[in-house]
Design a protein around this ligand. Sequence first.
Ligand code: SER
Length: 613
Amino acid sequence: MSSEEIRKKFLAFFKERGHTIVSSSSLIPDDPSVLLTTAGMQQFKKYYTGEADPMKDFGSKNTASIQKSFRTSDIDEVGDESHLTFFEMLGNFSFGYKPGEPVSPKGGYFKKGAITYAHDFITKEMGLAIDYVSVFEGGDGVPADTESEEIWKSLGVKSIKKFGRTDNFWGPTGNEGPCGPTTEIYINGVEIWNIVFNEYYCKNGKLEKLKTPGVDTGMGLERLVMVSQEKNNIFETDLLQPIMHSIIEIQGDKPIGQIRLIVDHLRAAVFLISDGVLPGKEGRGYIPRRLLRRALTAHYLDVGAGPDKNFFQNPVSIIIDIYKHFYPDLLNNGDRMMSIMQDEVEKYSKILTGTVADLKKLYSRFIGGVDPERLLPNVVVKNNVADIDGSILFRIRETHGVDFEVMKMVMEKWGFSFSERTEKEFDEAYQKHQEKSRAGLEKKFGGHGLILDTGELKAGDEEELKKVTRLHTATHLMQQALRNILGNEVHQAGSDITAERTRFDFTYHRKLTPEEIKKIETEVNEVIARDMPVHFKEMPIEEAKKTGALYFFKEKYPDPVNVYYVGKTIEDAYSKEFCGGPHVTHTREIGRFRILKEEAVGAGVRRIRASVD
Ligand code: SER
């Protein structure tokens, strides 16, 4: 079945069942708590809370849409089988259900209606077999969802898994909004459809019952098309394959991960720019800039013959062609979009060329004076560590205005990763540079030196700083949970926090099991739910060590040190660490903690990426 047929089928299915079809809202949301639209329910928030009347606006309590969505949280995963930054979400929504009300086309519905619709759409309309479903097992004061379990059983679904807050509880977007337990449908092991029962309103981590519960469902179009077209990955579907081909034509078919990255990033940039998110230095604008820069870097590194400033034109025309019927704005904005991209790519080509020239000089130190580009593609240097003075990298950044992650991509292509010392010194040089402009903000955040990375965060971008602060405290809680669950063998081996995620390296001798990962997440979320206070105390370093506070042995701490602790007193604190801050004042401010990935980074060193939402 083509993706076009699938779109039509979805909308027709819900239209026949009394839903009003609503167009996708812009990627720039009305909702000020988030930078971009990340879910279909965002444009409907006020109908869940009762602030607006769906009967008046839609003539029905039920709507359905195909929503343009964008999430940066998965950007590091793009290149694998199923992750994207931009995607489309098929969703049906119901507002103002009265408990006990039978399912009727224009009336509200809840668990029975939502699950039956989803089951019928997947099995009868799409002819797909459900692998298994998951339901909420209860936790943090929210009861287990036995009702959904019974409904699935009555529909003949036998494989039902149960998970807690991390997997089967959704929302809110940003700091507050509707949220609730979920039930998810899996096909061939891939999560296809997330059905949320919005029973609560969450504000700063506190849940309050909504007057009338609602339904919010989201199904990734690209993933549904993938299973329906029996493909192994989203990039082989009719939505993405033509774009893949256009990139392969330019630079051959390897490495596949980089080609997928270019496909994803160009497509996302097209949709963002078309919705008015113009490439720029700060906030939202930084996102299309970063996507285009990463795409051009990947392109340049793989053709190896200098960046072609026009390389994006054919792929972008193909993207517009695929989507113009559903999003006519793409066509209307086509010329403007091309010229914005052209400007951006031209500016960036200069930056990249200068950066690569400087990095080459550094590189030759490690490989005995050889030009790295001459070596390619025959010489593969793997897993070498470039232990460079980080302030040299900072100078390259200042000279060319390039991001740290781009320098990393270039060096990785040549077989090197930067050493921890290099990254740390880069951060220090960056921080020193930012100190002045940041002084005001630090006061506001109660901070004593922010841990930032990559030069992406600009002083003044308060939303991002708040996110970094939440992730920073979450990282302390995670380290303690790791030690509680895995034992005191766990020690910090590095960390890196951006507005999107925390990356924490620690010593441990083996891979973590899914059960252990779950336990760690649950423990962190429990501490968050207890809303424990976070304080710090300045102490002489030796005295601080005696409190049992953790510290990173590679770090040099100025005496006296600040010990940040989570709990009422330093003696009975859940977590205590030497740290410069900043941190939240109470753990609930962190929001929901989620582990995204656990992997090895070296012998006896593991890495966890985690986010908060
Ligand atoms: N809001 C939920 C999600 O984004 C379901 O639509 O997954």
